[in-house]
Design a protein around this ligand. Structure first.
Ligand code: GLN
Length: 488
């Protein structure tokens, strides 16, 4: 059952106050953090103050929305006014934003209670959260494994029941892959649906903020709260936001048969057989629920990874140019002159993966190489988009595994960046095309690690992918399992 609905019920029936709920989650955080390490910072004073405000509303007889009094964790690349926002980077270690991101402002306006800021790969670059400059987050299902990344802290926090919902960001898979690794639901919205104002930029044409929840309905409720037009983000879409949660039903055939396409190219070499079997089983379940399944080929999908690793680092190298030690962020103290200060600040402030991306991006954008790399990559991006367009002319949603494997052991891929990049093989094309997609739990491997299924929709088809995921979730029991640590 939806955790948000359950908590909301307790609040309006006065069975528990928002302060009591918040205290309960803060205690769990205290108890579980030494092992899971999802949070870079816990914010109990803010949480309790926000909870008290909700209790005052309830006491005054005011109506409250579904997010009021609900504890939430925020990825530490979302600017929170007065609360340090580090991007898990030394260069922003002491940065306190003077403004609030649109997403956190919307959440606070809805009465959500911020319990803390979560760990990530430095500047959201990575797939395991091991690139954080400050700590390694554990996977709640097996503390020796990674939670995925880059939103690993947000996914682990929900999986460990340190909070019912959280916020992540997804540039190439950073919500969906950790959701799959941690056995929770994570959704990357259509590019432009959720404001990027106050999200620290990684690759601006790909970044999107999105929800994590323990169930599809929770993710839908959270998406509803954060989506919407924002004049402060020039890429924001001015569209009406439907009530995503209201349309969820346990079956798949309201008016006509739903057509599902299985992306052929995601079932090739490199895919773990246990993941393959789980997704195939899930497709059978969807068929039983009334969907028609066809195999769809997206031949240009395989260029997704190389295309992304030109475009994302290029945009990152430009976005990260602002960390020069002058206006904000860390500054090297031992410099002889300005140029030396720039160099030393960046050498000391950025970790190895961030430097690698800056080097790749600067090279790809440099005079003489721009046409060969960046421009070419943008052309291939259009071809990948075309594959999706052709597919969506035939089917309503597309399905693939979310990631080729389940969560790997910490340290297993840290010496091999390309092996790490391969984690995002299936999620990256979706960002390149700007489409919405989610990951929903669809099984467990022999070691008991969760497996995720990716459901991709056409532009602004969030409602449809949530409906498919919800019907699937209601027909299965995967989401009812929780890791031992969440029961302690
Ligand atoms: N893992 C991918 C990368 O390292 C995607 C990260 C993300 O979506 N923020 O770039």
């Amino acid at each position: 059952m939806s955790q948000l609905r359950e908590l909301h019920q307790q609040l309006i029936s006065k069975e528990r106050s928002a302060v009591e709920i918040t205290q309960d989650y803060l205690e769990r955080i205290d108890q579980r953090e030494p092992q899971v390490r999802s949070f870079l910072r816990v914010t109990p004073e803010i949480a309790l103050e926000q909870a008290r405000a909700v209790d005052a509303k309830i006491a005054a007889g005011d109506a409250i929305g579904p997010l009021a009094g609900i504890p939430i964790a925020i990825k530490d690349n979302m600017c929170t006014k007065g609360v340090p926002t580090t991007c898990a980077s030394r260069i922003l270690e002491n940065f306190v934003p003077p403004y609030e991101s649109t997403v956190t402002q919307k959440l606070f306006d809805a009465g959500a209670v911020m319990v803390g800021k979560t760990n990530l790969d430095e500047f959201a670059m990575g797939s395991s959260t091991e690139n954080s400059a400050f700590q390694v987050t554990a996977n709640p299902w097996d503390l020796e494994r990674v939670p995925g990344g880059s939103s690993g802290g947000s996914a682990a926090a929900v999986a460990a029941a340190e909070c019912p919902i959280s916020i992540g960001s997804d540039t190439g898979g950073s919500i969906r892959q950790p959701a799959a690794f941690c056995g929770v639901v994570g959704l990357k919205p259509t590019y432009g649906l959720v404001s990027r104002y106050g999200l620290v930029a990684f690759a601006s044409s790909l970044d999107q903020v999105g929800p994590f929840g323990a169930t599809v309905e929770d993710a839908a409720l959270l998406l509803e709260a954060i989506a919407g037009y924002d004049p402060k983000d020039s890429t924001s879409l001015n569209v009406a936001i439907p009530s995503y949660a209201k349309s969820l039903r346990p079956d798949l055939k309201p008016k006509r048969q739903l057509k599902i396409g299985v992306i052929k190219e995601t079932f090739g070499a490199g895919l773990d057989s246990v993941v393959e079997t789980a997704v195939e089983k899930a497709l059978e379940t969807l068929q039983e629920l009334g969907a028609e399944i066809q195999v769809i080929s997206c031949p240009r999908f395989r260029y997704g990874l190389p295309t992304y690793y030109i475009i994302a680092p290029s945009e990152a190298s430009a976005n990260l140019a602002r960390y020069d030690g002058v206006k904000f962020g860390a500054r090297a103290e031992d410099a002889d002159n300005l140029i030396d200060m720039y160099g030393k600040t960046r050498a000391q402030g950025f970790g190895p993966e961030v430097k690698r991306r800056i080097a790749i991006g600067t090279y790809a954008l440099s005079a003489g190489y721009y046409d060969a790399y960046y421009l070419r990559a943008q052309q291939v991006r259009t071809l990948i988009k075309e594959d999706f367009e052709k597919a969506f002319a035939r089917v309503d949603v597309l399905i693939s595994p979310t990631a080729p494997t389940t969560a790997f052991k910490a340290g297993e891929k840290t010496d091999d960046p390309v092996a790490m990049y391969l984690s995002d093989l299936m999620t990256i094309p979706v960002n390149l095309a700007g489409l919405p997609a989610l990951s929903v739990p669809c099984g467990y491997d022999e070691a008991g690690m969760p497996i995720g299924m990716q459901i991709v929709g056409n532009v602004l088809q969030e409602q449809r992918i949530l409906e498919v995921a919800y019907a699937y979730e209601q027909a299965t029991q995967w989401h009812q399992r929780v890791p031992a640590i969440a029961r302690s």
